[in-house]
Write a protein that binds this ligand. Structure first.
Ligand code: NAD
Length: 389
């Protein structure tokens, strides 16, 4: 198969986060805090993580460390600007010198933005939207992912809902990356099957969009292709047998690699739609990505057959021509979404009258230009209508 990575284009690759990976690696947290010299961490999480008993596991570690901590669990899914602002006020009052983010993408993203407000001595997150707003490194951030989906423990992005304008903005800079990510697959065992399915296809979306994005580069391609192999071959087991630690390990590793991939390449139109739906209707991000991945792949297929064929190879599928490989990749993703019981778009009851608005917001999203096939407003409307049939 021919090489389809552009080896002539210059690129820059930075991964400022130290990764500690492995079942039971949460136990390293006290030593990591000691090495970093922090004394007053704010532990940022949400109520679902608390109910799953994960906060107790983390605080049991902290109780043996020479630190004074405070738990802040007021984070909503699709975290809101006011969650960030409240978290920063709590951190200031407590005198936090660092943040421990425990959870899925929502608490981790919120923690990054809380860090931005602390670093800049600011009250509102809106001015830091985009790729150039952040000027100062955030206080030490330690991320403990509990879902295998967003890769936020390693990425430079913080996705926050701008509640006044009902859309999800991104604060993006290597200055908001975690100091250390403690990636312990054991902490993902309690993720319910439906969340495992949605977050898992979210990670697969990161990998496929990163690999096929117009701005992809060799290091992110390598990470993306291995992520596709791991996720495609383990998601169904993780959904049907949540206690299977081998499948959970593969899923966490796949989502970490996919996070590294899209941080350095980009995501594309699947994400543009998912973020728009999350901003307007507060729908779960992973679910929206999962619903639109097969539809966007079908739409894009004509423009990146060679890359989709390589995706098929990473999945372990056999084919004779690139055209056949690309078709098999699209069909395999469609089948996987059915096998893990992901719902169809029409079950979300998004009114057809809103498709034009969803399309307009999606087309304005900066990642639209990374999509391998040009996407105008009318193209987004067409994909939304097809998905709604
Ligand atoms: P989430 O963090 O919103 O969590 C979803 C639900 O699962 C919550 O109710 C949570 O309590 C529960 N949960 C999480 N871990 C659990 C566990 N181990 N056991 C039991 N319950 C558990 O979901 P997510 O998909 O991880 O994150 C979504 C957010 O991340 C969205 O806002 C999305 O925009 C953002 N995101 C960020 C990036 C990034 O690079 N920063 C990338 C993709 C998505």
């Amino acid at each position: 198969m021919k090489n389809n990575t552009n080896l002539s284009a210059p690129f820059s690759f930075i991964l400022p986060t130290r990764i500690e990976y492995g079942t039971g690696c949460l136990a390293k947290l006290p030593d990591i805090l000691k090495e970093a010299g922090v004394k007053r961490p704010l532990l940022v999480t949400d109520k679902g993580i608390k109910a799953a008993g994960i906060v107790d596991k983390v605080t049991a570690c902290l109780d043996g460390a020479d630190v004074t901590y405070l738990v802040f669990d007021n984070i909503e899914p699709n975290p809101k600007d006011y969650n960030v602002e409240e978290g920063a006020a709590v951190a200031r009052e407590f005198g936090a010198d660092s943040i421990i983010a425990v959870g899925g993408g929502s608490p981790i993203d919120c923690s990054k933005s809380i860090g931005v407000l602390l670093a800049h001595d600011a009250d509102k997150i809106k001015p830091y939207e985009g790729k150039t707003g952040v000027k100062k490194a955030i206080p030490p951030l330690f991320t403990v992912p509990t879902t295998s989906g967003t890769g936020s423990e390693l990425t430079f992005s913080s996705v926050i809902t701008d509640t006044a304008n009902q859309y999800k903005m991104t604060v993006k800079s290597p200055l908001i990356a975690a100091s250390v990510a403690l990636c312990d697959p054991e902490l993902t065992v309690s993720v319910p099957a439906s969340v495992t399915a949605a977050t898992g296809v979210d990670a697969l979306t990161h990998a496929i969009e990163a690999y096929t994005a117009n701005c992809s580069e060799p290091f992110s391609d390598a990470a993306a292709l291995y992520a596709i192999e791991l996720i495609y071959n383990n998601l169904e087991t993780a959904v049907n047998d949540g206690a299977n630690i081998g499948a959970r390990e593969a899923m966490l590793m796949g989502s970490m690699l996919a996070g590294v991939a899209f941080s350095h390449s980009d995501v594309a139109s699947v994400h543009c739609i998912a973020e728009t739906l999350g901003g307007i209707y507060d729908l779960p991000h992973g679910l929206c990505n999962a619903i639109f991945l097969p539809h966007m792949m079908e739409y894009n297929s004509c423009c990146c057959q060679d890359k989709y064929a390589r995706v098929a190879r990473a999945m372990g599928l056999e084919f004779a021509t690139e055209e056949e490989g690309a078709a098999k990749a699209v069909a395999a993703v469609q089948q996987l979404c059915l096998d893990v019981d992901l719902p169809e778009f029409k079950s979300l009851n998004v009114p057809e009258e809103s498709f034009q608005r969803i399309a307009e917001i999606s087309a304005r999203n900066i990642s639209t230009e990374s999509n391998p096939r040009p996407m105008a407003v009318e193209d987004y409307v067409a994909v939304l209508k097809k998905a709604n049939q």
